[in-house]
Design a protein around this ligand. Sequence first.
Ligand code: SAJ
Length: 424
Amino acid sequence: MTEADVCVYGLGYIGLPTAAVLADCGYDVTGYDIDEELLRELRDGTMIPEEEGLATLVTDGLTSGALSLSDTPVEARYHVICVPTPLQEDTRTVDIGSVEAATWDVTSHLTPGSTVILESTVPPGTTTEIVKPILESSGLLAGEDFGLAFSPETVLPGTILAELKSNDRIVGGIDDASTAAGAALYESLTDGEIHETDATTAEMAKLTQNTFRDINIAFANELTKIARENAVDSGELIELANTHPRVSVHRPGPGVGGHCIPIDPWFLIEDSKHGDLVETARQVNESMTEYVVELLRAELGTLKDRTIGVLGIAYKGNVSDIRESSGLQVVNRLRQSDQTTVLINDPHVNDGDFKSVPLDELFEQVDGIIVTTDHDEYATYTPPQEFSSEPAVLQDGSGKIIVDTKDVLDSGTWKNCGYRLIQL
Ligand code: SAJ
């Protein structure tokens, strides 16, 4: 068997673009995944995530032979692990099973002189305390026979390829040689700077970035609640506060979705006796589901026998990913209400479990709407003049309520068309 330059373990949101970009950079790359159906769909081009330029890059790599897809790992100069690390809902701790399984796969293909890089987001200490001992069960020693490093991915879904090639990269090895070997790989991948450190600091740096964002969003969410109590527009408030050169408050919303930001704070504090602020921020963000549903309920008087439209179940604008989506939390919360019918629209999500009702049709049937995702389609949608169903009997006698949690609708346009728009 000939040795590949790079073997990428896991061809998901991060592994696939990483493998494709490395192949494009001139490496001989094998993309390995245990999911044979995924491999088949990737080979025949039917399963490429909605990500600018990715389909072409994968096809080009496969056509040129620089990228091959395999259901078995191969010996390689670099083994790059990009498998998922889900949160276990009951304990709010990491499910490290896929990282362990991938590391065992590496172990049986580990050769002297190679370097193993973990990219999956993990709690502090995983590289040295979990990955290293498994690899050393091969009989080879980390730092002597092979290199071992952690390097977090920091790319934003929606702009993954551009960010892979331009973002700075943190590389933390278990020793200087491992760090240097990891840095050499990423130097050829990105135009950004390479920041060298140790493995645990690199793991924590990734968790710190996403936890910072979670706490900042929690502050924005708390602020919007306080602003409402004072009849203050939180959008204007945050804009004004952010005119200060050292203040940058994020935007409020219906919660924090996605596979990273709502999860990584739990990893950060998993084995720590500290973390009260981090945990409180999580609770504030999770409370937004109830808060936005209550905003609508207060306007409609009741949710009973109402038909409510939810616009957007993707976790953020212009992506198709529904993991940890705030829109879905809102849908589930509404469905728990007595006799409330929920209609969903999401032009980006193609999931058999969720029927997307076309906007025109949805507007004909609903009593109220909650906008939970800032898809471009919503910003440009022309509102019908009014709900054609019987208007809800509201406390103030008017109807046509839209709770726009993402500030995506143009308030002037919608107000002119007779809608009452509530923004966070
Ligand atoms: N959100 C707000 N208010 C804001 C910004 C975002 O409510 O001001 C919400 C979004 O609507 C969404 C959630 O937060 O529901 C997360 O979206 P996001 O765009 O902030 O982040 P992700 O999850 O798409 O990507 C993040 C990024 N991390 C940081 O910006 C620190 C990305 O760079 C990481 O690579 C990615 O997590 C990851 O893989 O960890």
